[in-house]
Every structure is written in structure tokens, then in C-alpha cells.
Design a protein around this ligand. Structure first.
Ligand code: MLT
Length: 324
């Protein structure tokens, strides 16, 4: 009997091909599945491959009586209940390599859009106006970019910012000083130090109890007047009410967001009515290249786990002690 692989989110065809061409796997991947359908099929699954929309929560896991592995085609595993997976002996892996450059490029695009008011100028022209005075911007050259979270994406952003003549500083309590020095930038010893020095702050941290709402009213108060904020990591890093207030007062000159605490954000999302804001619908990893790369990595991880007992990029390492 083969292994049943359930793919309830849209996985790139390069990944699906690997799964479908592997002997011993039966693949069910009809495209984006409704929650009810996923719940109905999950009891058959030995492997589940998700992107961000399928929630592998306690309700789903309770029905997943044959499930051995969940692979996230992407980085963030915040849609997966890791503790419950560990309790049930389910290995959770992610595919962290393929979307680094796309996400860094998107953060950079947001920064440029913010500095040069590109979406606002575009909307103005479409409305029949030719307003060259209203949209005077700022150069990135010579500005200090503060990168919060200096992992893969933060580092890729730093490389790109260097080419634009920016001064870069970073804060990441898990990265040794020599790694940053090797990349030609200085590591701040505290977040406050970065907040006080940066002209533009770009967030690239994961959400933990320690980082949730790390950008709140108090943190914003420590920033330079007229700072710009970019977030292409996770929405929960920012207290949105505090940011909205700071955008209204002008303390924060502009914010560009790709991610939201609730996705999609509701109609009462406090930034929707503000002019000095650029918003995109979680597009950081949405390039053909990134989706193909994470699709392939996720598929290879499924094959290696089910057929060879090999696990890479495990997000709940404690579970490995429970495996037979
Ligand atoms: C990720 O976690 O991989 C990115 O945020 C992109 C995504 O959620 O698909």
C-alpha cells in the first residue's frame, strides 16, 4: 500500500510533479480545498503539504489518525499547531530556502514605493492629475536602514541596500557579531539602539511571545521623527493601533506592509484610510521562482520523510525522539 499525500493548498506544479512521479505515493491535490473538504480527507493522509491558508490546528489534527508529516511550502509555520503535532508524533518541516530573495526584493520594493510615493502617484495619474509637487520623495542613499531580525531575508535585504548606498544596522539577539561584521554592517546590542538610529526600519523577525507587538507605542516613541517602517515578515510584530496613531501624528512618516495580524485584514483595519501607507496582500514569496523553489523543496522533504525516514528543516525537533 502506498502513502497518501494531501495537498489542500495551491502547490507549484514543479513540486506536484515530483510527488506524482514518485512511486509509492498517491497524491490528492485538487487545488485550493475548502476547510470542510480538507477535514473530510485528512484521515487518509500520511503527509500533508500546506502553504499559509490551511490551518493545521487541533481540530484538523484530531482527525489526522494516519498523519506522519506536515510540510510547509514556505517559511512560517504559524498556521500549524506545533505542540499538538509533537504530542501526536507528527513531524513538521518547512521549506525555508526558496523564497528568501523574493521576500527581500519585495521588502526592497516596498521601501522604494514608500520613499518615492509610487502607489499614490500612480493613483493620482489615473485620476487624471499631473502632480509633481505633491510626491517629492526621499533618496535611500545615505539613509540608515535598521534591519530587525538578521536571518536569511534580513541578510539578503542588507546586500541590496548596500548597493543603494545605505548605511545598515541590524538587531538580532541570535546572530553573533562576527557574522554581521563579515557582511559589513554593525549589529546593535539592543533593539532600542536600532530604533534610535534608523531612518527606515524593516522587520524580518519571527513572531514569538517575546516579539509579538515588539513595535508598539513605546517602541515607536524611541524612533526618530519621520521614520519609515516596512514589514514583510509577520503582521503580529506590530501593534497596528499604535502604528496608525503614529502615522496620523506624523511621528512615522510612512509604513509599507505586506503582512497582517489577521489575513486578510477586516474592513476596520486602522491603516486603510491613511495616505502615507503602502499595502500589499502578503506577496513577499509570490514569484514564479520562489513558488517553484519552495514547491520542489517541500516535495523532496515529503519523499525523503515517507520513503527514506530522513527529516530536514524540522520545526518541532522534540518529536524526533518519539519516532520509532
Ligand atoms: C513564508 O512564510 O514562507 C512567507 O510568508 C510566504 C508565505 O506565507 O507563503
Amino acid at each position: 500500500m502506498g502513502y497518501f499525500v494531501l495537498v489542500p493548498d495551491n502547490l507549484h506544479k514543479a513540486g506536484l510533479e515530483i510527488l506524482r512521479n514518485t512511486e509509492g505515493l498517491e497524491v490528492y491535490a485538487p487545488g485550493k480545498m475548502a476547510r470542510e473538504e480538507t477535514l473530510a480527507v485528512i484521515p487518509r493522509a500520511h503527509a500533508l503539504v500546506v502553504r499559509s491558508s490551511t490551518k493545521a490546528d487541533a481540530e484538523l489534527l484530531a482527525r489526522a489518525e494516519n498523519l506522519k508529516v506536515i510540510v510547509r511550502a514556505g517559511v512560517g509555520v504559524d498556521n500549524i499547531d506545533l505542540a499538538e503535532c509533537t504530542r501526536r508524533g507528527i513531524v513538521v518541516m518547512n521549506a525555508p530556502d526558496g523564497n528568501t530573495i523574493s521576500t527581500a526584493e519585495h521588502a526592497f520594493a516596498l521601501m522604494l514605493a514608500l520613499a518615492r510615493h509610487i502607489p499614490q502617484a500612480d493613483a493620482s495619474m489615473r485620476a487624471g492629475r499631473w502632480d509633481r509637487k505633491k510626491f517629492v520623495g526621499t533618496e535611500l542613499r545615505g539613509k540608515t536602514l535598521g534591519i530587525v531580525g538578521f536571518g536569511r531575508v534580513g541578510r539578503a535585504l542588507a546586500q541590496r541596500a548596500a548597493a543603494f548606498g545605505m548605511t545598515e544596522i541590524a538587531y538580532d539577539p541570535f546572530v553573533p557579531e562576527d557574522v554581521a561584521r563579515h557582511l559589513g554592517l554593525s549589529l546593535c546590542s539592543t533593539l532600542d539602539d536600532l530604533l534610535a538610529k534608523a531612518d527606515i526600519i524593516s522587520l524580518h523577525a519571527v513572531v514569538t511571545e517575546g516579539t509579538r507587538h515588539m513595535i508598539d507605542a513605546e517602541a515607536i516613541g524611541k524612533m526618530k521623527d519621520g521614520v519609515m517602517i516596512v514589514n514583510a515578515a509577520r503582521g503580529a510584530l506590530i501593534d497596528m493601533d499604535a502604528l496608525a496613531e503614529a502615522l496620523r501624528s506624523g511621528k512615522v512618516a510612512g509604513a509599507a506592509l505586506d503582512v497582517y495580524e489577521q489575513e486578510p485584514p477586516g474592513p476596520d483595519f486602522p491603516l486603510l484610510g491613511l495616505d502615507n501607507v503602502v499595502l500589499t496582500p502578503h506577496l513577499g514569496a509570490s514569484t514564479h521562482e520562489a513558488q517553484a523553489a519552495v514547491g520542489v523543496q517541500a516535495a523532496e522533504e515529503v519523499v525523503n520523510a515517507l520513503l527514506r525516514g530522513e527529516y530536514t528543516n524540522v520545526r518541532n525537533r522534540d518529536v524526533l525522539e518519539k519516532l520509532p
